[in-house]
Structures are given as structure tokens and as C-alpha cells.
Ligand binder design. Structure first.
Ligand code: UDX
Length: 446
């Protein structure tokens, strides 16, 4: 099928590439000429495992092209995706200016019947706004073509996005016309083998499903962080508690890892946006507010542990920081817990030597040159002249360090483990002090 995708950001690029990979003829549109030129040369603007070779192969095969020419792209697609950003407004609600700008462009050039698909995460009711915007433009041009607007939210995880897209556990299609449903079923048929993954529903339920999924996952994380903070005070170990509850299938093993707080482009933004939508409809969503405030507090927790260890005298010390990205396998630092930690350390007069396998360039861009930050090119280099080690992102390569060597490198022989990668007994047996998240047993011994 012929597919057009507006937006070559994370969602648009991954979706377009996967659709091309199963044989569709995909044109991706972006307003950023440099990005489009780069993509046509095989330069991928994001780090995502497996994506680059797929983009190159499908581009070479002629199934995936990138352009800034919106009118010809609109003429190309039987299905037109909107996959542009929805950054948070000042009040936390999703800003629809990019989505509606694309809708105006579509309405300004459409000459034949198409299905317009909202892939961006947008508040309930946006599909109606997109429909009205396109209809308004068509009316202004005096053109009469039939079109449908469908909600088809994405559930990609950064770092595993290609896999999520190629092997989705569900495909949500929110539509009111049978013709649109049939067209999306044809589009997704290659991803819908062996058992039915397509869940058809009305447009508003589909829009809410996306927020509900992310809010539920964020809730699980904040819940565990809350339990971790209780564990710390009562002298229990949250890692034991996690194992004790995860075995109950009603709770499950996923997303119950306590840590330095959730970050990224989705959870913080979507929890806030859902709370805001709910408020606009006259309902105060108590739980969502708590999920967010627990997370905000949690992002400051590593620093609290550091302050506690040093009795508040942090000025002049040097901290090795392992991990800057908001999670492993990405270079994304949006809302990353590392950003809060580094700022707190700097405000307290400390220096930072940081290492991240992928996010160095991004960190350089965000922080610029500063004398209290050295971005190192290996985990070991970050340890040089450091007083203590703080682990913020659970990259695989940080999982089993040589604790003896760490003890020799770190002047104060102490580890602050923001992702509970290590076992307190093992670290302490090597002669280091250990602080994890919610590990009351070891914390109370300091
Ligand atoms: C998330 C959703 O998983 C995905 O379905 C949706 O489409 C977009 O938002 P993503 O933001 O890429 O994906 O990251 P995810 O792997 O979900 O992690 C989000 C954050 O939660 C990370 O900062 C991670 O460290 C944290 N996290 C996750 C925890 O602190 N504990 C956990 O148990 C799981």
C-alpha cells in the first residue's frame, strides 16, 4: 500500500521504516531539510538498535523515501500518518500545534479520499479536531473529498522500538468507518500473523488507551519507589519485596523496579497531560498527581543519600557518574534522572566525571562546556580521581564491575547505586560502602 508519514522523529521514522520493511511504499515528510537530506544519505538522527541498516536497505530498495515536499507526499498516500511531536504546554497539556499544522497542510492539498491516522500521542478529542481542521481547509478550497480520521497510538519503547514495531503485542485501531478499519487491517496484516492483535474500538477509547497504558506503567514504578522509601525506613530490602510480590501473576514481574525515577519522552509528559485532560473535564485525578510527585521526589533521592553519607559536606568532592541516558540502549536524556542529580551535585559545589555509552554527545549539547563536568570515554576513565561512584542508568556493561578495583580507585570507597544493580553484601565484602534504592538493611548499617 502507499503510505505517507508526517514527522521523521522517533515514532514516524520507526513506523515508516517497519512499514517499508514489510513491503509498503512509504514516503516520510519532514520540514527539516537537513534531516531529510541526511536520511536520504542514510544518516539516522537518533540512536536506535537495528534501525540504521533497515532504513538503508529499504531506502536502497526504493520503498522508503524522505522529502520536504508535502503536496507530492499527500498525493502519494492512501493512508497518511500524523506522527509529529506533541510537546507539553506550560500547563502540562499536550501542545497540538504541530499536529494541527499537518492537518491544515493535508486539507490544503488533498485531492482524493484517504485515511488520516493519528499516531502521535494526543489528548482525547484530537481526532475530532484534526477532522474539523482538514474539513475546514477543504471547504475553503471548495474541494469535496471523503476522508476518515483514525486513532492508532504507538507503543514503542526506546531501545527496543524496531522489535516492538515488527512484533507488536497489540495494534489499537480507533475508527468510526468500516472502510477505514478495513484499510488499516490490510496495512497491518503482515504484523498480525498467528493470532489476532488488532483491537478495534471507537476513536476516543483508542486515544485514552494510549494514556492509560503509560499512566499504568508509570504508576507501577512510582508505587515501587514508594515501597522502596518505606523499606529504607523500616530496615527492609525492596529487592526482596519485589521478588516476593512479582511472582503473583496479578502483579507480574514487569515495571516493578524501583530506581532513581522514570524519565524519557513519554511517561512524565503523558501522566501530566492525562491529569490535565481530566481536570479540564471537571475531575481531579488524585492518583496521577501522586504518581508524578512521587517520581519528582525520587529523582532527588540519590542526592539525598549522597548528602546523608557526607553529612552535607559535598563541596570540592568529585563524583564518577555511570549513565546519563534516561534508560539503557538510547542516547535520549529527556527528563533523565541524571540531569537532576548533576544539577544538585553542581549546586552543592561538587565536580562530576560522567560516562555513558551513547549519550555523551547529547550531554555535551545539553550542558555545554563547564569546568565541573568531564565527559569521559570509558567507565574506568570516569573513576579517575573520583571520591565516589553513582550509578544512574542500568547499562549492561555496568552490571559486574571489579569491586576490588573500584575500592582502590574511589577515594572514599563508596557506591550509590540508583538502579539496584549490585548486591549490598558483595559490594560491602569488597570493602566499599553501599547505598541502593530502598535497601534499608544496608542503609541502616551506615
Ligand atoms: C514508554 C512505554 O514503555 C512505551 O510503551 C510507550 O510507547 C512510550 O513510553 P520508553 O519511554 O521508551 O517507553 O521507556 P521505558 O522502557 O518504558 O522506561 C521508562 C522509564 O521508566 C525509564 O526511565 C526507566 O528507567 C523507568 N523504569 C522502568 C523504572 O524506573 N522501573 C521499571 O520497573 C521500569
Amino acid at each position: 500500500m502507499r503510505v505517507t508519514i508526517f514527522g521523521t522523529g522517533y515514532v514516524g521514522l520507526v513506523t515508516g521504516t517497519c512499514l517499508a520493511d514489510v513491503g509498503h511504499d512509504v514516503v516520510c515528510v519532514d520540514i527539516d531539510q537537513a534531516k531529510v537530506d541526511g536520511l536520504n544519505r542514510g544518516v539516522i538522527p537518533i540512536y536506535e538498535p537495528g534501525l540504521e541498516p533497515m532504513v538503508k536497505a529499504n531506502h536502497a530498495a526504493g520503498r522508503l523515501t524522505f522529502t520536504t515536499d508535502a503536496p507530492s507526499a499527500i498525493a502519494h498516500g492512501d493512508i497518511i500518518f500524523i506522527a509529529v511531536g506533541t510537546p507539553p504546554d506550560e500547563d502540562g497539556s499536550a501542545d497540538l500545534k504541530y499536529v494541527l499544522a499537518v492537518a491544515r497542510t493535508i486539507g490544503g492539498h488533498l485531492e482524493r479520499g484517504v485515511v488520516v491516522v493519528n499516531k502521535s500521542t494526543v489528548p482525547v478529542g484530537t481526532a475530532d479536531k484534526v477532522r474539523q481542521t482538514i474539513a475546514g481547509e477543504l471547504a475553503a478550497r471548495g474541494v469535496d473529498v471523503a476522508f476518515d480520521v483514525v486513532s492508532n497510538p504507538e507503543f514503542l519503547k526506546e531501545g527496543d522500538a524496531v522489535n516492538d514495531c515488527m512484533r507488536p503485542d497489540r495494534i489499537i485501531v480507533g475508527a468510526s468507518s468500516q472502510q477505514a478499519i478495513d484499510r488499516l487491517k490490510r496495512l497491518y496484516a503482515p504484523f498480525n500473523r498467528n493470532h489476532e492483535r488488532i483491537v478495534v474500538m471507537d476513536v476516543r477509547s483508542a486515544e485514552l488507551t494510549k494514556y492509560a497504558a503509560n499512566a499504568m506503567l508509570a504508576t507501577k514504578i512510582s508505587f515501587m519507589n514508594e515501597i522502596a522509601n518505606i523499606a529504607e525506613r523500616v530496615g527492609a530490602d525492596v529487592e526482596m519485596v519485589r521478588q516476593g510480590i512479582g511472582s503473583d501473576p496479578r502483579i507480574g514481574w514487569h515495571f516493578i523496579y524501583p530506581g532513581a525515577g522514570y524519565g524519557g519522552s513519554c511517561f512524565p509528559k503523558d501522566v501530566q497531560a492525562l491529569a490535565r485532560t481530566s481536570q479540564q473535564h471537571g475531575y481531579r485525578a488524585e492518583l496521577l498527581g501522586a504518581v508524578e510527585s512521587v517520581n519528582e521526589r525520587q529523582k532527588g533521592h540519590l542526592f539525598e543519600l549522597i548528602e546523608r553519607h557526607y553529612g552535607g559536606s559535598i563541596a570540592g568532592r568529585t563524583f564518577a557518574v555511570w549513565g546519563l541516558a534516561f534508560k539503557p540502549n538510547t542516547d535520549d536524556m529527556r527528563e533523565a534522572s541524571s540531569r537532576r542529580l548533576l544539577q544538585q551535585l553542581w549546586d552543592a559545589g561538587a565536580r562530576v566525571r560522567a560516562y555513558d555509552p551513547e549519550a555523551t554527545e547529547e550531554a555535551q549539547r545539553i550542558f555545554g562546556e563547564r569546568e565541573d563536568l568531564v565527559l569521559c570515554d570509558s567507565a574506568r576513565a570516569a573513576l579517575a580521581d573520583a571520591d565516589a561512584l553513582v550509578v544512574v542508568t542500568e547499562w549492561k556493561q555496568f552490571r559486574s564491575p571489579d569491586f576490588q578495583r573500584l575500592r582502590q580507585s574511589l577515594t572514599d570507597a563508596v557506591i550509590f547505586d540508583g538502579r539496584n544493580l549490585y548486591h549490598p553484601d558483595e559490594v560491602e565484602a569488597a570493602g566499599l560502602a553501599y547505598y541502593g534504592i530502598g535497601r534499608g538493611r544496608s542503609i541502616q548499617s551506615h
